[in-house]
Design a protein around this ligand. Structure first.
Ligand code: ZN
Length: 1069
C-alpha cells in the first residue's frame, strides 16, 4: 500500500464497542436505568434455569431476522441453513465481554439457558427487535451524513441485557469458559483493588495471547470465486469452490470469515459429500470453523463449496461501495475491494494469511453497462437475463488473498503498451480520460525499468491502474489491478501542481515495485510488513530518479522520508521496525512511518553500504529464489550477503530489532600537519536528551568526507562498539570534516564546537553538497530539541543559509522553523519571529519572483511556492498584497493562477479574510470537481484568523460536502493554526464519540488526534490530554496519544529551557 495508509473500519468499531461496553458495565447508573427490565429477566431465569441444557452442547444459533425467535426448536437442527448467521448481529452477540457485562448482576446466572427457552417474554422480544433495528443503523453502513445515528458504545450500554443474553446463546464452549475465567479473574482483581486501567490492560494482554494463526491441517490450492454485487441495495452474493488438500486427519476446517453470512457449505471428496453439523464463528479471531462430525482422512484432495452474502459497506474495506456522480449529478456507486491487510475475509470465506497462497478463477456478475475488472484479463463474457452480464477472468498466478481485487463501476480509460508488450490501462472517472495520461506514461516506462532492474519479467499480461473516488489509503498494489485515491493518480495539466505530479510518479513507482516485491515474493507474516513497505518506499525513489532525473528526487527522499522517520523514532513511544504482531488490530497499527519511512531509510543505508551492483545482484537472487513464495527479513539479508560478501545480517539486525537510532558524537585532534584523529562515540538518541533506558549498540556504517573533496568519500568504516578512534590522513589544519556525507546513515551526528565552526563557512559558501547542508541543519535542530544546544545559537547558525538555493535544504529549514513557530505561538515573541523569518526568506523570494522563467528547473518551481507561502505566514506585506491581487484576477478569470501558486494565494487572502472571502472560497470549492483542487481549498481554509470562521471550517469539514476520507485533513488545518488550536481541541472533546463513530478508530482518527494535541506546550495540557484519553479510550490510537503527550512535554521543556535566550536573540535580530 502507499503511505497515508489510512485505516478505518468495522473491526475497530468492534473494539470500540467492546471497550465502551467494558467501561459501561462498571457504571452503576446505567445499570439502574435498566434495572426494571433486568428484574424481569431474573424472574424468568429463576423459573427456567433447571431446564437449561449444558452451555457447551448448545448449538450455534442466533435469530437471523427480527421476529423469528419463536422457532426455538430449530436450535437442535444440524442443517447448514440453521448454522447460518448474520455475522454483524453475531458479532455483537458473541463477545464474551458482554457476558461479563452482567457479572455484577444476578441475571448472569440465567445465561446458561437458551434465550428462547429462557425468556418467552414479549417485552424481551420487543426490546430485542428494537436493538437489532438500532444496531443495523449504526453498524450496517448508514450514510456518513446521518450523523445522528446512535453510537455503538451507547447502544450497547442501552441494550446490555439483550447483549448479555444473546451472547450466552452463541458463545462457544471454550470462549464461554474463558469468559467465565475472565470473570473470576476480574472478581479477584476487584478484591485486590486494582485500577480499572490495569484490568483492561490485563484483559488486553489475555486477548493478545489468545491469537493463533489458522491451522495448517487443511490448505487451499485453488479458488473459483463468483461475486455478484447489487449496486443499488448495497449487498453482494457470492459462491466459492475451493480445491483443498487435507494434510492431517481432521473433522473440522477453520478459515477466515467476517461480516459475511455463509449460507451453505458442502465438502466433496472421494465420492463423499459432507455438510457441516455446525459452523462455529469466532469473532475475536475472525474465523469460521466448519465442524463436519466425521473425520476426513489425510492426504485427501477435496472440493469445498460455499455460498455467502454480505453488505457492500461504506467503510472502505473488504468489498465496499464508492460514491460517484452520474452525468446529471445523480449519486451512483461502484463496488470496489480493499483487502490489505486482513479484509479479504469480509468478502469471501478464505484462508486469509499472506503465506497461504493459491490460484484464483474470478467471475463477476454485473449490470451489463458497467466496467468489470479484476487481477487478470477477461477470458469470456456472457449476457445474462435481467440486464446482467457474466465476466470470467483468466486464472491468476499463485498469490496471497490480500492481493485479490475486483472493481465494478463506470469508468473511461486510456491504454498503452510497455516496451515488452504488457498492456497498461489507466481507468478514470467518466469524461476525464485525459487525466490518466501522465500515470499511463509513468506506468508504461516503469514496468520495463523494473524488469531490467530485477532481471525478472512482469508475470501478468496486463496492468490496470484505477482512480477510486472513496479510498482510504493512497494506493493499493493488487496484482494487475492497482487501485488509487484520485489525487494519487489523476493529473489535470491545467490544475495539477508539480508537487502533486511528483508524488503521483512516486506512488505509481511504489505500487508497481510491489508487483515483484510483495506480490511475487510475499512476506511470510505481517511482522515482516516493513520488508514490503520499506523496500517499495525506497525503490520508488530509485525508479523516479531514473524516469525524471530533473526532479532530483533523492535529495527529497531525505526531507520526505528520512528526517520524518528520525523525528518519530526518537520518541520513547516509538517501536522497532520489526514488530511481532498477531491479531488484525495489531497489524493495522504497523502501517506507520516506522515501517515505511524508517524501513526505506535503513534499506537506503544498506544500498549505500554494499553498493548498487551487489544490491541489484542480491535482489535478483532473492526474487528468483523465492518467487511465488514467502519470506522473512533474514531471507533478504542472506541473498544480499551472498551477493556482496559483506556481513549484511550482522549490520542490519541492530537496525530492525531496536527502536530508535544512535547519535554519533565526534571530536577531533590534529596530529601533525596532515593527520587528523577522530574520536567517535555512539549512544541512543532521545528526543528529550535524557539517558536512554535501554542499553543499545548499533553497527553503524560510517563514512566521512573532507574539504579536499566535498562530494567524495574520504573513509568508510563500521562503528560497532560504544566508541572508537579513526585516523584520517592527508587532512590539514584548516580542513573541515563532514560525517555522514549524503545523509545516508540512519543516525544523528553531534560535532564538537570546533568541528562545527570549521563547517559553517563551508555551508555559507555552499561548498558542502545540498544533502550535507540539509543533514547538518536538521541534526542541529534535533540537538536543540534534546537540550544539547540552545535555540538562539542554532538560529544564529541558520544565518549561514541565507544564500541557500536548494529547494530541499529550504524544506529542511522550513520544517525546523515550523516546529519553532509552534513553540513561539505560546509566547509573545511572534512579531519578532515573523521579522526574523522575513529577513531569512526574502532574498530567495526576490531571486525567484512570482513568474516562472522559461526552462526553469523543477526544484525552483517547488521552491517558489515554498518560500512565498512562508512569507505569507511571516506576514510579508509585499508578498501578501501581490498574492491578493493575483487571487482577484484568478477569481475573475482574467489571469488564472498556476496550480503551484494557488495554495500560497488562497492562504494570503484567507489569513485575514472575512466572511465574504470565506464564502468566495467555498464557492470555488463547489465549482470544481477536481479532487486535488478541493483538497487544496479545503486545507487552506484552516489558516483563517477569526475563530468563528475556523469553527465554520470544522462544520464544513464534517458536512457531507467533504468526503469522509478528507475531512480529517481539513480539521487538522484548523488545529495546527495557533488561533484554532484550543477551539479544535474543545470541538474534539465534545464530539469525540461522533468522530469515533465516523472513523471507527483507525489511522484517520490517529492522525487527527496527533495534530490536535501535539502542539500544546504545558504540563497542564499534557495531563489534561492524558486524563481525557483515559476516560475516553479510542482504540487503535493508544500509541499516537502517548507519542503526542511525549511531544507536549518536550515542547514544555524546550520552552522553559530556551525562552529567555530566544527572546533576547529575536529582539536583537
Ligand atoms: Zn506499499
Amino acid at each position: 500500500m502507499y503511505k497515508h495508509a489510512l485505516k478505518g473500519g468495522i473491526r475497530t468499531a468492534k473494539q470500540a464497542w467492546k471497550l465502551k461496553n467494558e467501561l459501561g458495565k462498571l457504571n452503576l447508573e446505567l445499570a439502574k436505568a435498566n434495572s426494571d427490565f433486568e428484574q424481569h429477566l431474573c424472574e424468568a431465569a429463576r423459573i427456567t434455569q433447571s431446564c437449561a441444557p449444558p452451555a457447551n452442547n448448545r448449538p450455534l444459533l442466533l435469530l437471523k431476522t427480527q421476529g423469528d425467535n419463536s422457532k426455538s426448536s430449530s436450535h437442535n437442527s444440524s442443517s447448514t441453513a440453521a448454522c447460518s448467521i448474520v455475522a454483524n448481529h453475531y458479532r455483537t452477540a458473541v463477545n464474551p465481554r458482554s457476558v461479563l457485562d452482567k457479572t455484577v448482576k444476578p441475571v448472569f446466572r440465567a445465561e446458561s439457558c437458551h434465550l428462547n427457552a429462557l425468556i418467552p417474554s414479549k417485552q424481551f422480544v420487543k426490546v430485542q427487535k428494537q436493538f437489532y433495528r438500532d444496531f443495523s443503523s449504526v453498524s450496517l453502513g448508514s450514510s456518513l451524513k446521518n450523523s445522528d445515528a446512535p453510537l455503538l458504545g451507547d447502544l450497547c450500554s442501552q441494550y446490555r441485557a439483550i447483549l448479555a443474553h444473546t451472547s450466552a446463546d452463541v458463545v462457544p464452549g471454550e470462549d464461554r469458559h474463558r469468559a467465565q475465567c475472565n470473570y473470576q479473574q476480574k472478581r479477584r482483581s476487584h478484591q485486590h483493588n486494582h485500577s480499572r486501567e490495569e484490568q483492561l490492560e490485563q484483559e488486553k494482554m489475555a486477548q493478545k495471547a489468545q491469537f493463533e494463526r489458522l491451522p495448517t491441517n487443511v490448505v487451499p490450492r485453488h479458488y473459483e470465486l463468483l461475486l455478484q454485487p447489487d449496486l443499488e441495495e448495497f449487498t453482494f452474493t457470492g459462491k466459492t469452490v475451493v480445491q483443498v488438500q487435507v494434510k492431517e486427519p481432521t473433522s473440522q476446517i477453520t478459515l477466515n470469515a467476517l461480516d459475511i453470512t455463509i449460507d451453505s457449505v458442502e465438502l466433496d471428496y472421494e465420492c463423499t459429500k459432507l455438510k457441516p453439523e455446525k459452523i462455529v464463528y469466532s469473532v475475536e479471531n475472525e474465523t469460521a470453523t466448519l465442524e463436519f462430525g466425521k473425520e476426513i482422512p489425510n492426504d485427501t484432495a477435496g472440493v469445498l463449496r460455499m455460498s455467502f452474502t454480505g453488505e457492500l459497506n461504506d467503510k472502505m474495506k473488504g468489498f465496499y461501495r464508492s460514491k460517484y456522480f452520474g452525468p446529471n449529478g445523480e449519486e451512483r456507486y461502484a463496488g470496489v475491494t480493499q483487502f490489505e491487510a486482513t479484509d479479504a475475509r469480509r468478502c469471501f470465506p478464505c484462508w486469509d494469511e499472506p503465506a497461504i497462497k493459491a490460484t484464483f478463477d474470478i467471475t463477476l456478475v454485473v449490470p451489463k453497462d458497467r466496467v468489470a475488472l479484476s487481477n487478470m484479463p477477461v477470458m469470456k463474457e456472457d449476457a445474462l437475463p435481467d440486464g446482467l452480464r457474466r465476466v470470467r477472468f483468466d486464472r491468476t498466478p499463485i498469490m496471497s488473498t490480500y492481493l485479490v481485487a475486483v472493481v465494478v463501476g463506470e469508468y473511461d480509460y486510456v491504454e498503452g503498451k510497455s516496451d515488452d508488450g504488457v498492456i497498461v490501462r489507466v481507468f478514470t472517472p467518466v469524461g476525464k480520460r485525459e487525466q490518466g495520461t501522465f500515470a499511463l506514461e509513468v506506468a508504461t516506462k516503469v514496468l520495463p525499468y523494473y524488469k531490467d532492474y530485477f532481471n525478472i519479467a512482469y508475470p501478468l499480461p496486463k496492468m490496470d491502474l484505477i482512480a477510486i473516488s472513496d479510498f482510504s489509503a493512497g494506493a493499493m498494489e493488487n496484482w494487475g489491478l492497482v487501485t488509487y485515491r484520485e489525487t494519487f493518480v489523476l493529473v489535470d495539466p491545467k490544475n495539477t501542481s508539480l508537487m502533486r505530479k511528483q508524488s503521483i510518479a512516486l506512488t505509481v513507482g511504489h505500487e508497481i515495485a510491489h508487483q515483484w516485491f510483495g506480490n511475487l515474493v510475499t512476506m511470510e507474516w505481517w511482522t515482516h510488513l516493513w520488508l514490503n513497505e520499506g523496500y517499495a518506499s525506497f525503490v520508488e525513489f530509485l525508479c523516479v530518479h531514473h524516469l525524471f532525473p530533473e526532479y532530483d528526487i533523492w535529495t527529497q527522499f531525505v526531507t520526505d522520508m528520512y528526517t520524518r522517520a528520525l523525528e518519530l523514532d526518537s520518541l520513547k513511544n516509538s517501536h522497532p521496525i520489526e514488530v511481532p504482531v498477531g491479531h488484525p488490530s495489531e497489524i493495522d497499527e504497523i502501517f506507520d512511518e516506522i515501517s515505511y519511512n524508517k524501513g526505506a531509510s535503513v534499506i537506503r543505508m544498506l544500498h549505500d553500504y554494499i553498493g548498487e551492483d551487489d544490491f541489484r545482484k542480491g535482489m535478483n537472487l532473492y526474487l528468483t529464489r523465492h518467487q511465488y513464495g514467502n519470506t522473512c527479513t533474514e531471507d533478504l539479508w542472506t541473498a544480499l550477503q551472498e551477493a556482496s560478501s559483506k556481513k549484511v545480517a550482522d549490520v542490519m539486525s541492530s537496525w530492525t530489532q531496536h527502536k530508535g537510532f544512535p547519535v554519533v558524537s565526534v571530536e577531533q585532534e590534529q596530529q601533525g600537519p596532515k593527520k587528523r584523529v577522530l574520536r567517535l562515540k555512539q549512544c541512543k538518541f532521545t528526543a528529550d536528551g535524557s539517558e536512554a533506558e535501554e542499553d543499545c549498540l548499533w553497527t553503524v556504517p560510517i563514512s566521512v568526507s573532507t574539504s579536499k573533496n566535498p562530494t567524495g568519500i574520504a573513509k568508510t568504516f563500521l562503528l560497532d562498539k560504544p566508541s572508537m578512534e579513526v585516523v584520517l590522513e592527508n587532512v590539514e589544519e584548516n580542513d573541515w570534516i563532514k560525517i555522514n556525507p549524503g545523509t545516508v546513515g540512519y543516525y544523528r551526528t553531534r560535532y564538537s564546537s570546533d568541528m562545527l565552526e570549521q563547517l559553517m563557512p563551508a555551508v555559507a559558501r555552499m561548498e558542502l553538497p545540498p544533502l550535507d547542508r540539509l543533514g547538518l541543519i536538521d541534526d542541529m535542530f534535533a540537538m536543540v530539541q534534546a537540550g544539547h544546544a540552545s535555540t538562539a545559537d542554532v538560529l544564529a547558525l541558520v544565518d549561514a543559509y541565507r544564500n541557500e538555493t536548494n529547494y530541499t535544504v529550504w524544506t529542511a529549514i522550513t520544517n525546523s522553523l515550523t516546529n519553532l513557530h509552534i513553540l513561539i505561538s505560546h509566547t509573545d515573541l511572534m512579531d519578532h519571529f515573523h521579522r526574523f523569518g522575513r529577513n531569512l526568506y526574502e532574498p530567495v523570494a526576490q531571486r525567484l519572483g512570482w513568474e516562472p522563467r522559461d526552462g526553469e528547473n523543477h526544484l525552483d518551481t517547488l521552491l517558489r511556492s515554498l518560500v512565498l507561502t512562508r512569507l505569507v505566514s511571516f506576514r510579508s506585506d509585499e508578498v501578501i498584497d501581490s498574492a491578493r491581487a493575483r487571487f482577484r484576477s484568478h477569481v475573475t478569470g482574467t489571469n488564472p493562477l498556476p496550480a503551484d501558486l494557488r495554495t500560497t494565494c488562497y492562504k494570503a487572502v484567507l489569513q485575514d479574510g472575512d466572511e465574504k472571502v470565506f464564502e468566495e472560497m467555498l464557492n470555488l470549492y463547489r465549482n470544481t470537481d477536481l479532487h486535488e483542487e478541493q483538497d487544496r481549498i479545503s486545507r487552506a481554509l484552516g489558516c483563517c484568523s477569526d475563530v468563528k470562521l475556523l469553527r465554520r471550517v470544522i462544520d464544513f469539514a464534517m458536512s457531507g460536502e467533504v468526503r469522509a476520507q478528507d475531512s480529517v485533513f481539513v480539521i487538522v488545518a484548523v488545529a495546527i493554526n495557533p488561533k484554532g488550536r484550543d477551539m479544535a481541541w474543545e470541538f474534539f472533546k465534545e464530539n469525540n464519540k461522533q468522530l469515533l463513530e465516523r472513523y471507527q478508530g483507525g489511522f484517520l482518527l490517529s492522525r487527527l488526534i496527533k495534530y490536535l494535541i501535539e502542539n500544546f506546550a504545558t504540563e497542564e495540557r499534557a495531563r489534561e490530554v492524558e486524563e481525557f484519553f483515559k476516560a475516553n479510550h479510542i482504540p487503535g490510537c493508544e500509541r499516537t496519544v502517548s507519542q503526542a503527550v511525549e511531544t507536549i512535554r518536550l515542547n514544555a521543556a524546550w520552552l522553559k529551557r530556551d525562552k529567555l535566550a530566544l527572546s533576547a536573540f529575536l529582539e536583537q535580530n
